[in-house]
Ligand binder design. Structure first.
Ligand code: GDP
Length: 351
């Protein structure tokens, strides 16, 4: 098949084994991924630019996937350009600690980050200036806007034009209201999708693109609306722009410095969010320790059930050193491995 038989489009949504594809020429096709691509291990993600061979009745088959500009794993999305993190200035009151959690999470994707503060109609000019000053110290220059009063919306439209933008932020801040304002014909659908999603099993992994009339897409995924950290203790500092700046100007004495109280650390000191950094670091270190313990426990002991029915942990013997593996067992293991892998591949392909 040559490229001339095919048309190019963008994957808008994935459901079961079907891909909803918006062709550049305007039509929407429901596409399948041929076995050939599956065998090659070629994943297809929402946001992918793909060539499709159209068949009849608005159906098509994916011919190939073009190289990705960016790729996120959780939730799975290709070619996203930026994140618009939305918070409300009031109702609910803007909490600097919660805002920082979301900022760190968004920074850890390494995508361009835009910060939008909605409900500007609920605060005074003075309060607005105070937030502006504070956030400048953190390294951010937010958009202040009000969906309700339709203020500051044009600047946001310009920033989103022709881009794939992930909307992120806690609930109640006005993400749906902003989306409805930017894509008026979507109002009803968003409500329906969100309703469905909240009941869905793989909620945080679901992603869907919505096309804006002026060009560009909004990516909607509940997965971005959870403030869980997605980084290591060593990386955390890089997701605070004000600390990043200190690190670009000097170097800590120790390569693995965690910027707690180590000697000759260039980060430790007087900056407003330093206490947030320490707090998040503590949480991440605790998570890492828990994971390490689970791994240790899994690898060095096995559960044994005694004749009495009592369950106990026994140290595992090192297979190579102390035990010969029977042929039957190794055959069984291979079969298990094969089945396990096939299942995993199916999950992977169904992502
Ligand atoms: P989401 O959960 O982030 O999608 O938030 P919604 O879009 O559902 O909005 C939550 C509430 O905030 C709704 O009652 C909206 O009417 C209200 N809201 C949205 N934008 C504004 C705004 O600019 N000003 C004010 N005062 N209320 C707003």
């Amino acid at each position: 098949m040559t490229k001339s038989d095919t048309k190019i489009g963008t994957v808008m949504a994935v459901q079961a084994n079907f891909y909803q594809v918006r062709l550049d020429e305007g039509e929407t096709l429901l596409c399948t991924r041929p076995t050939r691509l599956k065998k090659m291990g070629q994943r297809v993600l929402v946001g992918d630019r793909i060539y499709v061979k159209s068949t009849e009745f608005e159906r098509g088959a994916i011919a190939s996937v073009t190289p990705r500009k960016t790729e996120l794993e959780r939730p799975p999305i290709a070619n996203a350009d930026q994140i618009l993190l939305v918070f409300a200035l009031e109702e609910p009151t803007l909490d600097p600690l919660q805002l920082s959690r979301f900022l760190v999470k968004a920074e850890s994707t390494n995508l361009k980050l835009l910060l939008g503060l909605n409900k500007a109609d609920l605060i005074s000019q003075k309060q607005r200036e105070q937030w502006q000053e504070k956030l400048k110290l953190w390294g951010y220059d937010p958009y202040f806007f009000s969906v309700e009063k339709q203020q500051g919306i044009e600047t946001i439209k310009t920033a989103l034009k022709d881009k794939i933008t992930i909307f992120s932020g806690p609930s109640g801040v006005g993400k749906s209201s902003l989306t409805s304002l930017l894509i008026p014909q979507l109002t009803i659908r968003i409500g329906e999708v969100s309703g469905k999603l909240q009941k869905g099993k793989h909620t945080t992994r679901h992603v869907e693109l919505f096309e804006m009339p002026q060009g560009g897409y909004i990516a909607d995924s509940p997965g971005f609306n959870q403030p869980d950290f997605d980084c290591t203790s060593q990386n955390l500092i890089n997701y605070f722009p004000e600390a990043r700046q200190k690190l670009s100007q000097g170097q800590c004495k120790f390569n693995d410095c965690l910027h707690q109280e180590e000697p000759e650390c260039v980060v430790t000191g007087e900056w407003e969010r330093y206490e947030y950094y320490l707090r998040f670091l503590e949480e991440i270190l605790a998570q890492e320790e828990k994971i390490a313990h689970t791994r240790d426990a899994e690898s060095s002991v096995k559960k044994m059930v005694k004749d009495s029915g009592e369950v106990c942990n026994e140290p595992k013997l090192n297979t190579k050193k102390y035990r010969r593996v029977s042929r039957r067992l190794s055959h069984q293991k291979l079969e298990e491995l094969y089945n396990h892998q096939t299942l995993e591949e199916e999950d992977y392909f169904n992502d």
